[in-house]
Design a protein around this ligand. Structure first.
Ligand code: SF4
Length: 951
């Protein structure tokens, strides 16, 4: 059923899934004569258990926004200046098909297809592969790929999406950073449970807002130094012997042997048997055994001589040797982090006490992968959660690896009170697939043989030309960003404009506000979007197709606009093939259903993509007779698409009779079953399969049965990241594939298989301290990216942002509360308005993210506070790293994953010149309003509609 067929009836309650942030709560929309009167939470839903936040209940104003696009649009003049005109869907699809077909027939990689807060990546990524372009990603490279990749290369799961803290049983909870639109309501529920039980919450964050405001202890750390703090905690735990050695030996690679043969091609790799299985030394017999031999008891210490004469030592011994060095001690960390050594010591002691003293025991018998029966699971009531803050720094991958190392030393993984995997994780470390898009995998008129994104395991998996140049426009999976599992959305426009590594023909964006808050260096990005090639007179980025539901800043720069619906007007899936809503004790996924019929000439983007797939003749979207494979659009696709036999977008109610779970043939009544169950599916794991999942035989077998794993083999966590060492060996001159000369030193430095800390390139490039303050943003609890500021209810909570400065810092600068201030980075200068606060580390300034808006956009009056006093820090962030570091002008990003390093920003804050107004800068010219959009009402009287009055 298409969304447009949804019928409004009398007053009723309709369940669906919220899309007002990334948390994906179950909601109930109360309709009063076909109009949404209020939204509340679905008490049966596994994510939020009835809780709804301000954003979620304000979904009504999202749906009623005057900024909603009304019809397809085509440009008839210059980007950013001239008018867009309304066109029919037939014309819009015809134009898009023509542009895309030309590219596909000649060179598919000339299409760059990038999406933003896209919750349908299982479809959009698949579509890109079918089109044949490797140039696809969503916004994860800007958001949190450091966290995701570090987790996947260490644990086989990650914070938020594929793991959750067990706050019902934790005694101590450490929060590093944390964006409040990720795992939002579950965290609120968990924090409340912890508080009620007397558990301790420690917030490690330069800014004391949001969840940190209710923490028992706040550690105001300097931005980007968390890795040092964590490794000092590791040092203390190792020094005191306060670690879980049995867990390390059984569940991790701690006992696996690492070859020590400097100068050779095998140096630093695991010692392996002829079949390629990593080896360990049995601590009882001294024999060398494959680490996955059920009889092996890996020793954590002691060098061995391998049969070929090389020396090898266990990972744990190498690790302990490094981190016991006084250079990792609390005294060394105190200066850079700003956290006193005594506090670090006390926290380490508290971690050990909480983890090991009288640990709880859950009498739930289970069987391990060796077949040994256990009477229950011993708890490790220490939970850690991390998110933005850690992620958006150039050292974020290694910092997140350090956090996982800390968890592993404590044995605090998938046990009561600890971090727990959410289905479908744990997955193998690292999981597949490999990224696709090598030379030979991209050809005119053909799909690629794999998906564009994946997890490389060494140089041979990179997407590079024979001469080492990147294959992708964003340079993901090249020597500049080898483990770029989510791509580099933030580099696409700059690279395309420079023609580095090549020019593109079509830039196709979905929900990615690249002309404003999704770009670093916003003004320069706009200039690139409008720049013309002197040789041809045409734009350097020739064609831009954009799909969005709202009049965002990027609409003004598109040549063709495909208007999307709101989340209340379409089918959607939170799929196991993408980012489901899994829980630690259950496999879960969910859908959205059309609650309301669109009252505009708009279509769900997913329907449009499937239609374009058919018009382009992409095999997966076209039958052999040329007819569309999914004539019912996305709803049809959700039910009938099979990625592998029996595996489809939705795991629930599969099979002809709807009784199969996870795997089974398509069920034509599957969506009806989801709707009848409140739009979600939950399959709880039986007792004995809920904890210690990576080594729990019965869980692993169940995971295979449900289609979450392909083999029921133990999943060992990796303290030592061997793939990094493979890249390092290439940098040292080993192997057929080696990095370009300019990048050898960079690979050698950063690709350390053990976690380490390094200062940001921004800091290293400013030895004189010309920019003495760190500048970061924080997500307000009531807003999600740029989506809040057109929402009439949420705007009343936060209509403008200020630059928050510690009182002591402001006093030294002569700045008073409410003063306009000039904020200058190495890249540019803006004007903001100051707010003096207590809850910020004195060397840091911060502001709410994405509140400042371009005048004219989002249906706001040109003089709206968002456009006059609100400001955007992005104007100050260079999309490229400081000149001279790492061999040239590389992306301002983590060198391992390519994650945008926008939290590394350094600034100088000064009083403005006398007479400067208390208004934000830069003030760009107001954007022209697309045709057909109404004037926003000067006074909102939404409730009056239910009394029969006019709005
Ligand atoms: S936390 Fe996010 S998904 Fe949940 S109700 Fe709030 S806005 Fe919606």
């Amino acid at each position: 059923m298409r969304a447009s067929e949804a019928v409004e009836t009398d007053s009723r309650v309709v369940c669906t899934t919220c899309y007002m942030c990334a948390c994906r709560c179950g909601i109930r929309v109360h309709l009063d004569h076909g109009r949404p009167r209020f939204i509340d939470g679905n008490r049966a839903h596994p994510v939020n258990r009835g809780v709804v936040c301000a954003k979620g209940s304000a979904g009504i104003m999202h749906h009623e926004s005057p900024a909603r696009l009304r019809a397809p649009l085509k440009r008839v003049g210059d980007r950013g200046r001239d008018a867009l005109v309304e066109i029919s869907w037939e014309e819009a699809l015809d134009i898009a098909t023509r542009w895309l077909a030309e590219v596909r027939a000649t060179d598919p990689k000339k299409l760059a297809f990038f999406t933003g807060r896209d919750q349908s990546q299982a479809l959009t990524g698949f579509w890109a592969a079918q089109f044949g372009t490797p140039n696809y990603a969503a916004h994860g490279g800007f958001c949190s790929v450091n966290m995701a990749a570090a987790g996947m290369y260490t644990l086989g799961g990650s914070f938020w999406e594929f793991g959750e803290p067990d706050l019902e049983h934790a005694r101590l909870f450490l929060m590093f950073g944390v964006a409040e639109d990720h795992d939002s309501n579950p965290l609120k529920l968990g924090l409340a449970a912890m508080k009620a039980r007397g558990g301790r919450i420690v917030a490690i964050n330069p800014v004391r807002t949001g969840y940190a405001a209710i923490a028992d202890e706040w550690l105001p750390i300097r931005p980007g130094t968390d890795g040092l703090l964590v490794l000092a905690l590791v040092h203390e735990l190792l020094r005191g012997g306060r670690i879980d050695a049995p867990y390390l030996a059984e569940c991790t690679d701690a006992g696996w042997l690492v070859v020590e043969a400097p100068g050779t091609a095998g140096d630093g790799l695991y010692a392996r048997d002829p079949a390629g299985r990593p080896l360990c030394r049995d601590r009882r017999t001294g024999a060398l055994l494959p680490a996955d031999d059920p009889s092996a008891a890996p020793a954590l210490r002691g060098a061995v001589s391998l049969p070929d004469g090389r020396r090898a030592r266990p990972v744990f011994e190498i690790l302990a040797e490094r981190f016991l060095d006084p250079g990792f001690g609390p005294e060394a960390a105190a200066g850079p982090t700003g956290i006193p050594a005594a506090t670090i010591r006390a926290l380490a002691a508290e971690l050990a006490r909480a983890a090991f003293e009288a640990p709880p025991f859950l009498a739930e018998p289970w069987t391990d992968w060796r077949g040994r029966r256990h009477a229950g699971v011993e708890g490790r009531p220490v939970s850690i959660h991390a998110m933005r803050g850690i992620s958006a720094h150039a050292n974020g991958f290694q910092t997140c690896r350090a956090i996982h190392l800390l968890q592993l030393l404590l044995g605090a993984i998938d046990r009561p009170g600890a971090f727990r995997f959410k289905a479908p994780c744990p997955r193998p470390v690292p999981p597949g697939p490999l990224p696709c898009g090598k030379p030979g995998q991209v050809a005119p008129g053909r799909p690629m043989p794999g998906m564009p994104l994946g997890y490389p395991t060494g140089p041979e998996d990179l997407l590079v030309e024979p001469d080492g140049r990147p294959c992708r426009i964003d340079k993901a999976f090249s020597w500049e960003a080898p483990l770029a599992a989510h791509g580099l959305l933030h580099s696409v426009i700059g690279n395309a404009w420079r023609g580095d590594p090549y020019r593109i023909e079509v830039l196709f964006l979905y929900m990615a506000n690249m002309a404003w808050n999704s770009a670093m260096a916003t003004s320069e990005t706009i200039a690139m979007l409008t720049d013309r090639d002197p040789a041809t007179g045409g734009y350097r980025i020739p064609k831009i197709i954009y799909s969005d539901a709202f009049w965002s800043e990027t609409v003004a720069y598109a040549d063709l606009v495909l208007p999307d619906t709101t989340y209340l007007e379409r089918w959607d899936a939170l799929s196991l093939l993408d980012r489901p809503i899994g829980k630690a004790d259950a496999l879960c996924d969910s859908i959205r259903q059309p609650v309301l019929a669109p009252d505009r000439d708009v279509r769900p983007f997913q329907d449009v993509l499937i239609e374009l797939g058919h018009r382009l003749g992409l095999p997966a979207f076209t039958r052999e007779d040329g007819s569309p494979r999914y004539p019912g659009g996305y709803a049809d696709y959700l039910v009938n698409h099979e990625r592998a036999p029996g595996i489809g977008p939705l795991a629930g109610w599969r099979g002809a009779d709807g009784t199969a779970v996870g795997k089974g043939p398509p069920n034509p009544r599957q969506l009806e079953a989801y709707v009848a169950n409140g739009c979600f599916f939950e399959h709880r794991f039986p007792p004995g399969r809920r904890y210690m999942k990576p080594v729990n035989r019965d869980y692993l077998e169940l995971a295979v049965e449900l289609g979450m794993l392909s083999r029921a083999e133990p999943i060992f966590a990796r303290l030592y990241c061997e793939p990094l060492q493979r890249f390092r060996l290439a940098a040292r001159g080993h192997g057929a594939l080696q990095p370009p000369e300019a990048l050898r030193a960079r690979i050698e430095r950063y690709f350390d298989p053990l976690p380490f800390w390094y200062p940001s390139p921004e800091l290293e490039a400013d030895p004189e301290g010309a920019f003495p303050l760190a500048a970061v943003t924080q997500r307000p609890a009531a807003m999600y990216h740029s989506w809040g500021s057109h929402n009439a209810w949420l705007r009343q909570i936060l209509g403008e942002n200020r630059l928050c400065i510690a009182r002591t810092t402001a006093r030294a600068l002569g700045i008073e509360d409410g003063d306009p201030v000039r904020v200058t980075s190495r890249h540019g200068s803006i004007r903001a308005i100051a707010r003096l606060v207590e809850g910020v580390e004195p060397g840091t300034v911060w502001t709410w993210n994405a509140i400042g808006k371009r005048a004219g956009a989002w249906g706001l009056p040109a003089e709206a506070p968002e456009a006059t006093r609100g400001f955007l820090l992005n104007h100050l962030i260079d999309e490229r790293a400081p000149a001279g570091t790492d061999g040239g002008r590389l992306a301002n990003a983590d060198p391992i994953t390519g994650q945008a390093a926008w939290y590394d920003l350094r600034v100088r804050v000064e009083q403005v010149a006398p007479g400067e107004p208390a208004l934000a800068e830069p003030r760009l010219a107001p954007l022209p309003r697309p045709p057909g959009l109404p004037d926003p009402p000067p006074v909102l009287t939404w409730g009056a509609v239910f009394r029969g009055a006019r709005r």
